[in-house]
Design a protein around this ligand. Structure first.
Ligand code: 6GU
Length: 238
């Protein structure tokens, strides 16, 4: 899996790509992340990437020239990539989209700035527009990191335990059940007895019911799409 991140802030990605799970996965060669400086595709002495909006108004707009040249240069390298443009008007990122992206061999992530990217880039250079939520970021860089991290943890070898990627929150469309570790009594708050029982069937059922209850209370919108069996539906009807 290869990511090319196109940005005017290449330094933004230095620490995130060195630290933690992502850093280990890169060092181990499970994925390849290349950060590409958009300014390398400018054509003026000041390396200008934005300009004033036609029609007037606040803020600056990213010029089409550098973005088209950079994207064309990246498309010319094999294997052919999908080109994702980050924008608040894009398709909302969710786990099904992350799972689909994890099957793509190569992704170019284009970090736009919030004020805007020339519409011709949206229309004629990107394959897909993605948003990471209904709030406003200054630019697509944080969104790009979210995608790289969410996709990477699904790749073979990236997580210590492949099962934990499949089993966790959202893989079945439900919120995750509560987790506890030692001590069994922390400041008088005890770990639920069932988890100390050693009865794996009871534990499995308790966890499933917690996940169902949490999802019903906090994210009822997720239940419609969740992967539920007859026992789950019976529990929710109680
Ligand atoms: Cl992809 N970009 C910006 N600038 N803001 C966002 C976003 C993207 N997704 C949510 N908010």
């Amino acid at each position: 899996m290869r990511f090319d991140i196109l940005t005017i802030f290449p330094g933004f990605f230095d620490s995130p790509l060195r630290e933690s799970l992502l850093g280990k996965a890169l060092a181990a060669g499970h994925l390849d992340v290349r950060v590409v400086d958009l300014r390398g595709f400018t054509d003026d002495r000041h390396r200008t990437t934005d300009d004033r909006p036609y029609g007037g108004g606040e803020g600056m707009v990213m010029k089409p020239g550098p973005l088209f040249r950079a994207i064309e240069a990246l498309r010319a390298e094999p294997p052919p990539p999908r080109v994702v443009l980050f924008t608040p008007r894009g398709r909302l990122l969710d786990q099904p989209l992350v799972e689909e992206m994890a099957r793509w061999e190569r992704i170019v992530l284009v970090c736009g700035r919030y004020e805007g990217v020339d519409e011709r880039v949206h229309r004629h250079a990107a394959d897909l527009e993605v948003s990471v939520g209904d709030y406003v970021l200054a630019g697509g860089e944080t969104a790009a990191l979210a995608v790289v991290e969410a996709v990477s943890r699904l790749l073979p070898g990236v997580l210590g335990c492949a099962a934990s990627a499949r089993r966790d929150s959202f893989s079945d469309g439900l919120l995750e059940y509560p987790q506890y570790t030692r001590p069994a009594d922390f400041r008088g708050w005890r770990v639920p007895e069932v988890l100390l029982s050693g009865d794996h069937e009871r534990i499995r059922r308790w966890r499933r019911e917690c996940a169902l209850r949490l999802t019903l209370e906090r994210r009822p919108d997720l239940l419609a799409k969740a992967d539920l069996d007859a026992a789950d539906r019976a529990f929710l009807r109680r």
